[in-house]
Design a protein around this ligand. Structure first.
Ligand SMILES: N[C@@H](CCC(=O)N[C@@H](CS)C(=O)NCC(=O)O)C(=O)O
Length: 235
């Protein structure tokens, strides 16, 4: 029986990536909620794991050489968990591994930051700045076109098989209406989205902490914790 991992997380796209992977791998884990709207990411015990004060993070009591390991950054966590378990969700070698990592980096460097900035300016910014909304909306559209082309050539982002590149990207493509996207215009992305959404492990992953999801508008306190001066204090 493997030792139980501690998952520090919150029900956001970056959190969902690791929730889904843990469910796919069937690893036992304990969820430690980090309410980022309430400022819990600034607690000293969380900062000791991640100086970047962002979820997700994990603590594995049985890391490499049997020693405890703490990790932050969702892709680093995903690569680690696949290597720890020998999972084919990260192909072991060859071109398939590099192509999977390429699309994982595309998510980390493109989809996540650009879609995140779109969400920020369209949903959370106190002022509606047309330049910023147009800039990130254009990027969201462009990145959907890149995925549409890829998924017209291959069943999954990495190729023939479902991998962590898909797991990392799916939570950002989910709920497309929040980003002004109609998947009817991206039929290959829709086919891929629907296949992933139907996986039982994916459904369990997105249900983790779902009851803690904010209902309704962001409050001033949440805005301050996530985007205000609290973010930029030296720690
Ligand atoms: N590149 C990071 C991004 C993590 C991230 O941005 N997490 C957000 C939630 S989706 C967060 O914890 N925000 C807290 C804050 O801004 O203080 C990753 O992939 O793990």
């Amino acid at each position: 029986m493997p030792a139980t991992l501690r998952l520090h997380s919150w029900p956001t796209p970056n959190g969902h990536k690791v929730h889904i992977l843990l469910e796919e791998l069937g690893l036992p884990y304990e969820v430690v909620p980090v309410n980022i709207g309430a400022g819990e990411q600034f607690r000293p015990e969380f900062l000791a794991i991640t100086p970047n004060h962002r979820i997700p993070a994990i603590e594995d009591p049985e890391g490499p050489d049997g020693q405890p390991l703490a990790l932050f950054e969702s892709a680093a966590i995903m690569i680690y968990l696949c290597e720890k378990t020998g999972s084919a969700l990260l192909p072991a070698s060859g071109a398939a591994r590099h192509i999977c990592l390429q699309w994982l980096m595309f998510q980390m460097g493109g989809v996540g930051p650009m879609f995140g900035q779109y969400n920020h300016f369209a949903a959370y910014a106190p002022e509606k700045l047309p330049y910023a909304i147009t800039r990130y909306s254009n990027e969201v559209q462009r990145l959907h076109r890149v995925m549409e082309k890829r998924l017209g050539e291959a069943e999954y982002l990495g190729g023939d098989a479902y991998t962590i590149a898909d797991i990392a990207t799916f939570p950002w493509v989910r709920n497309p209406d929040r980003r002004g996207i109609d998947l009817a215009h991206f039929p290959n992305v829709k086919r891929w989205h629907d296949a992933i959404a139907a996986r039982p492990a994916v459904q369990r992953g997105v249900a983790v902490l779902a009851e803690r999801q904010r209902q309704g508008q962001i409050t001033d306190k949440e805005r301050e914790n996530m985007f205000g001066a609290t973010q930029f204090q030296a720690r």
